[in-house]
Design a protein around this ligand. Sequence first.
Ligand code: GDP
Ligand code: IMO
Ligand code: MG
Length: 430
Amino acid sequence: MSVTVIVGAQWGDEGKGKVVDLLSRNADLVIRSQGGSNAGHTVVVKGTTYQFHLIPSGILEGTRSVLGNGVVVDPAQLVKEISLLESMGVDVRSHLLVSDRAHVVMPYHPRLDGAQEQARGSRKIGTTNRGIGPAYEDKVRRTGIRMGDLRSGDRLAERITELIEERNRQLELVSPDRVCDVAQERKALLEEAELLRPYIVDTFPMTDEALRKGARIVVEGAQGTMLDIDLGTYPYVTSSSPTAGGACTGTGIPPTAITRVIGIVKAYTTRVGEGPFPTEVTGELETLLRERGHEYGVTTGRPRRVGWFDGAVAQYSARVNGMTAMVITKIDVLDTLGTISTAGAYQAGDASYSYPPSDLGAFAACVPVYEEQKGWQKDISTIRSREELPRECRDYVTHLEELVGVPSAAISVGPDREETILCNASLLWD
Ligand code: GDP
Ligand code: IMO
Ligand code: MG
């Protein structure tokens, strides 16, 4: 048996989708644990790009793929994603299951998300506007509707009407232009419920049996450690737990069953949305990293903020997630640079920190303490072994391993599935 948990070690978009796809080849089951369609996971196979918001990236390999109980599911988005993938020749119907415990992102949730952001004014979070915060609010308040509720036909139409009308009264007060058309939204939701019904099951017996039979399971986390509701840069975070603990609560897999926690670590840092980002860069370097790395959000198209590698963040991630190894991604983006900076610690006035301090003001005041490395200035995208990388690039990888404190299982040198250097397969799978 093996349970491998994939977590983002920074602020999301580290390349989790690519790594999950890679691992799903040797897996029996892939389960998404949290988040919703705020995620955008990209897999590139022989030049064809697949973008996933909800469906686990394991689906491309024909691995059984599950939306776990910790996910919040927007039915319209899921229906759209299923039909897009099927039109691309992916057999979704035979492989996808959705937990009946997963909560539904209702049509009013994105509208409430937008209204809340507007009300925050200059303190806005920069959410993806996918209704994630309001959907988790309803879950925690115990007023949510779950995917299982979409299965039962009898009172569904009535319940949907009541819920939309109730939220419309709230929207009417704060943002009248966002009020839902009850009849239209009810009709759409009932149609989506019909289409999704065959996928919705209690996923416990299947997950439990897989664990008892010694199956190989991959848990696909979304977002990243610094966006964790508890451990991230609150309040500039998402509303779920992207860290390893969330992998358990979001799937029903017990902590004692986890055999590996793989942190996905981008060779530099990016962040979408607001909030402190100590190693952020501007000017020419910003443009270079953004354009070479195609750093535009998969979900919103927003340009991602970019910066140098932050070792304090990555080491913190390694510790709070219990990372057993990492996969370094997008190192090829640094190919043209003459010198590359990394930070291992921060200075804030008289205080120094080797980790991101919990106090947001203190974190915002942190100035990175940089070290410089020589760049390799060669195209590495065709290299397939660690030994063949230019010496400066090998030194950079070793330096990242020292900063983070865990070994690299693999190094990604391009977006395509094939553009991967396997360093130590036993750190990835049995
Ligand atoms: P995720 O949310 O963690 O799955 O990551 P995203 O898909 O949002 O963003 C990662 C982006 O980088 C995608 O466009 C990937 O195709 C791309 N990518 C992944 N690995 C590499 C890599 O090693 N090199 C380059 N150049 N691009 C990569
Ligand atoms: P993947 O899985 C990067 C960010 C948003 C915003 C904050 C809160 O592709 O790595 P939300 O809509 O969740 O309430 O927004 O979190 N965010 C992400 N940033 N990658 C993601 O997912 C993200 N999901 C949410 O930009 O700052
Ligand atoms: Mg992404």
